[in-house]
Design a protein around this ligand. Structure first.
Ligand code: SF4
Ligand code: SF4
Length: 239
């Protein structure tokens, strides 16, 4: 149904203006007192926060000094995944930048010296302010070279440039290797033979001490999510 605009002329009370101001202040004060002294928000994260002397359930979190724990499904800021030798797994193929709907990934490719095939990112910048956290870049990457598994929120900054993450900021976290990685399957001018053999021996796509995928990707765990769903179902069943 079309929305009908109320275009009637103002009545005498509205034209006096003051009664409407007082009505507005009354509405505002009502909400303020209700939020201060009474429960409103049934969000369990908010209910679990410690309360002050007033009994309200709406407790403002003093971010960034205070932080609420994120749910297990939260993935967090990007990182560029390193190889075992610390260099980025990224081969500067531009697939993440092409898939990104916010166009917030900027890459400049360079050629690896002495290697006729391999490229690497000379520049790799993500504008975290433009990012819509869709995860398409992670899905598009053919090399598992970009992950959103840090479990971290973008840190606060006072200027826009503070949210531009370059390779220095992005290249971090546990190394990831697959035996199928091309740089492990053929001799590389940049990796000595003994180092290549050691890298092959320890190649794995998760932490050496990981006992499930949660230890490998702290922001995302199918097991943790399933356990949380079971707990929720058990709680609902007990009511
Ligand atoms: S999460 Fe989405 S918006 Fe953010 S960089 Fe990746 S593809 Fe772009
Ligand atoms: S992060 Fe992945 S998709 Fe993006 S350029 Fe590097 S290899 Fe390609």
């Amino acid at each position: 149904m079309a929305y009908q605009l109320d275009n009637r002329p103002l009545d005498l009370r509205e034209r006096f203006y003051f009664p409407e101001v007082i009505r507005g202040i009354g509405t505002l004060a009502g909400h303020f007192l209700k939020n201060l002294f009474f429960s409103r928000d049934a969000n369990p994260d908010i209910l679990a926060r410690p309360r002050g002397f007033a009994r309200s359930d709406n407790v403002t979190l003093q971010y960034p000094e205070e932080k609420a724990p994120y749910p297990p499904g939260y993935r967090g800021l990007h990182r560029l995944v390193p190889r075992q030798d610390g260099s980025p797994r990224c081969v500067a193929c531009y697939m993440c930048a092409t898939a990104c709907p916010a166009q917030c990934i900027y890459i400049e490719a360079g050629e690896v010296a002495g290697d006729p095939i391999e490229k690497y990112p000379v520049k790799f910048v993500i504008d975290e302010l433009r990012c819509v956290v869709c995860g398409f870049c992670v899905e598009a990457c053919p090399k598992d070279a970009i992950r959103m598994d840090t479990g971290e929120h973008a840190p606060p900054s006072l200027e826009r440039s503070g949210q531009l993450q370059d390779i220095k900021a992005l290249l971090r976290g546990p190394a990831v290797s697959y035996l199928s990685d091309p740089w492990l399957r053929r001799p590389s001018p940049s990796i000595p033979a003994d180092q290549l053999a050691a890298m092959k021996a320890t190649a794995r796509p998760y932490h050496a001490d990981a006992d499930d995928e949660y230890a490998s990707t702290p922001g995302f765990s199918v097991r943790a999510l399933a356990a949380e769903a079971r707990e929720r179902a058990a709680r609902a069943g007990a009511k």
